[in-house]
Design a protein around this ligand. Sequence first.
Ligand code: PEP
Length: 241
Amino acid sequence: MRSLVYAANWKMHLPPAEARGFAARFLELTRPAEGRELWFFPPAVSLETTAAALNTRPDIRVGAQDVYWEPKGAFTGATSVALASGAGASGALVGHSERRHVFGETDAETGLKVRALLGAGMVPMLCVGEKLAEREAGQTEAVVRRQLHAGLEGLDAAALARVLIAYEPVWAIGTGRNATPPDAAVVHRSIRKDLAALGARGRLPVLYGGSVNKGNVLGLLAEEEVDGVLVGGASLDPEGW
Ligand code: PEP
């Protein structure tokens, strides 16, 4: 049976006091399960609080929503890999669609972030996905391939084995409109081919994200190609887990 990864992107929600409350309730409600790994990506100001509460469970890991690749210096507003690590993070999202399309992050920058994280022994969760116009133009696989190459090209198999991928079609994020399970599976299959071409050995976890909720998660996970989910809005309620 394949392992599953459930990841929560809290975006710009849950300040430290609320994150502490979430964690306490979550720990009351859930137990570790074999073959299931959980990731929480709180906002930077809540990273330390969340990590202190949730790193107590071996099946849970906490990560930053973004990192900057420079180790230190005059980069106001940025969080280095070392700062995130010092706050208890063991990884970070890279290239989330909101970083790419709201803040203008480039493909090349995602590559620098992936390398900075791997260099510090941390886990990058590289997010890839096409915009609606790209899907409608039949460019989905090509866009995702470009993003994967920019993020991962040149890494050896050992480094690639430490990477998680999240396929998140931009048109499905926060819109209530998600890809059907077979649609997601087609792109996941293409991602696996791209990863093999990049030199990955074995099976890297490829998660699906985009308006995942209690009502559609089982259908998505029923696809053999889907190794887990990255959830935004629906992850904020500990009772919903
Ligand atoms: C996300 O933020 O990565 C995401 C998938 O958000 P939502 O679940 O709200 O669409």
